[in-house]
Design a binder for this molecule. Structure first.
Ligand SMILES: C[S@@+](CC[C@H](N)C(=O)[O-])C[C@H]1O[C@@H](n2cnc3c(N)ncnc32)[C@H](O)[C@@H]1O
Length: 434
């Protein structure tokens, strides 16, 4: 958009399109625009250079002395800068006092330098404060005249109304352009500048360290959460496979009490909070009481392995999530797969666990007695799938305590003993499936 006085095309969204009289108010209401200072300056400088017939000040220019005893500034740009801790607002006035641009730049040495290096020679007005000493030094180094206003001495209309009010960039520029004396400009001492720069750099370093610390803290808490999740998963898996609290505590380096609390919470999960894979989602309810042996999925290589749906049917009919299921003739371990899927706790053993599942199937010979289980009262199903006597002779081992290798008399006696042994241990309502 062209300005009526032939001024610079203004940055989009910039407040500078308003007439100078309304400028300050409207700029405040909309809030300043943060744009890349290089981009803004490139646009502006191109226009101004054309208009003023002057060139941007070279980077190594030396200080330009104020013209006379602070005369009005009508033949150069005037820039008011309201310095903030992180961002500063600027307002650039043209030769006739019209607002050419307003916006924000970061209050860093680099951004301030880049901004003022790109600008045609100007009078720059800032307010005395934390950053004024170093900003003055930087801007003077870019070849501009800098006035550091002392608002405490400025008269009522130009001064802030309350102690915390800032004199805005537009106001600074206007007063500095026409009536610079009323700013009561001060001179900074070079030690002040150095101190301010030290403070500035220290602040930047602190901010950087703080950001790093926050990142490290976030990272640590993520690791902490991940390792807690991994630990809880381990506890859950061990608890599901009926390990004792003491076993679990040893494995995850936690007190037995701590483990008990966690496993209790798992067991007491309300029905709605229980994990999925319920029989409602992917299961055909057994309508008949004759179940065919149709499909052998898990442990297909194990002689006599049972149809997984038998176990699934039994779980559906006789157990609920987190009840304990005992399978002491574990074979290929199909019971483990179904129990894990349905969130039943399981104790699965065999006198000769298959090597590939030796970490899951407990080695236990039933002719030596029943296994020791931590919580018999939670056992709701014992699934007995023994060898089919002579039909399986020599299939699992040549050992005499292998039920497949016994005489019929021994086989019946052993099986009856196992059956009765479990019956005595179980609580009312629990089921033995043979
Ligand atoms: C029919 S298979 C079990 C198959 C299993 N249900 C499956 O789906 O893979 C019988 C198992 O009983 C085991 N067995 C035989 N004698 C045993 C005993 N005295 N104590 C424990 N297990 C025994 C065998 O090693 C064999 O793995």
């Amino acid at each position: 958009m062209k300005k009526k006085n032939g001024g610079a095309e203004l940055p989009r969204k910039s407040n500078s399109e308003t007439k100078s009289g309304q400028k300050s108010k409207r700029a405040k209401a909309r809030g300043p625009v943060q744009r890349d200072s290089k981009e803004v300056m490139a646009e502006l400088v191109a226009k101004l250079t054309e208009r003023l017939g002057s060139k941007p000040v070279p980077a190594n220019a030396t200080e330009v002395k104020p013209q006379g005893a602070l005369a009005p500034n009508r033949d150069r740009l005037t820039v008011g800068v309201d310095l903030g801790d992180q961002w500063s607002n600027y307002c650039i006035l043209g030769l006739e006092g019209e607002t050419l641009a307003e916006g924000q730049l970061r209050t860093t040495q680099q951004d301030v330098t880049e901004f003022f290096q790109a600008l045609s020679t100007a009078r720059v007005i800032i307010e005395v404060g934390t950053h004024s000493a170093w900003v003055r030094e930087v801007v003077v180094g870019c070849g501009h005249e800098v006035l550091v206003a002392n608002p405490r001495l400025m008269d009522g209309t130009r001064r802030r109304k309350r102690k915390n009010d800032r004199v805005d960039a537009n106001n600074l520029a206007r007063v500095g352009r026409i009536d610079p004396q009323s700013l009561f400009p001060i001179e900074h001492r070079s030690t002040e500048v150095r101190q301010d720069l030290v403070v500035l750099r220290a602040r930047d370093a602190l901010v950087a360290v703080r950001t790093q610390l926050i990142k490290v803290r976030e990272w640590l808490s993520r690791i902490d959460k991940d390792s807690k999740d991994a630990r809880n998963k381990r506890i859950f898996d061990m608890w599901l496979s009926c390990h004792t609290d003491a076993d679990i505590a040893g494995a995850v380096d936690l007190s037995e009490e701590g483990v008990r609390k966690i496993t209790q919470q798992m067991a007491e999960l309300p029905e709605v909070g229980k994990p999925p894979a319920s029989h409602l989602s992917d299961f055909e309810i057994p309508l008949y009481n004759v179940w065919k042996q149709q499909e052998k999925t898990a442990g297909a290589g194990h002689f006599g392995n049972s149809e997984v749906r038998w176990v699934d049917n039994l779980l559906y009919l006789y157990t609920r999530p987190f009840d304990i299921v005992v399978d002491p003739f574990g074979g290929g371990g199909s019971t483990i797969d179904v129990c894990k899927k349905r969130y039943r706790r399981y104790w699965v053993g065999d006198r000769k666990p298959v090597p590939e599942r030796a970490h899951q199937i407990r080695e236990h010979d039933l002719t030596a007695g029943l296994p020791g289980l931590p919580r018999w009262q939670d056992v709701k199903l014992v699934y007995l799938d023994p060898p089919y006597w002579k039909q399986a002779e020599g299939q699992y081992s040549e050992d005499p305590t292998d039920l497949a290798n016994m005489s019929l008399e021994e086989f019946n006696k052993a099986l009856a003993g196992i059956f009765n042994g479990f019956a005595k241990k179980l609580s009312p309502g629990a089921v033995i499936a043979l």
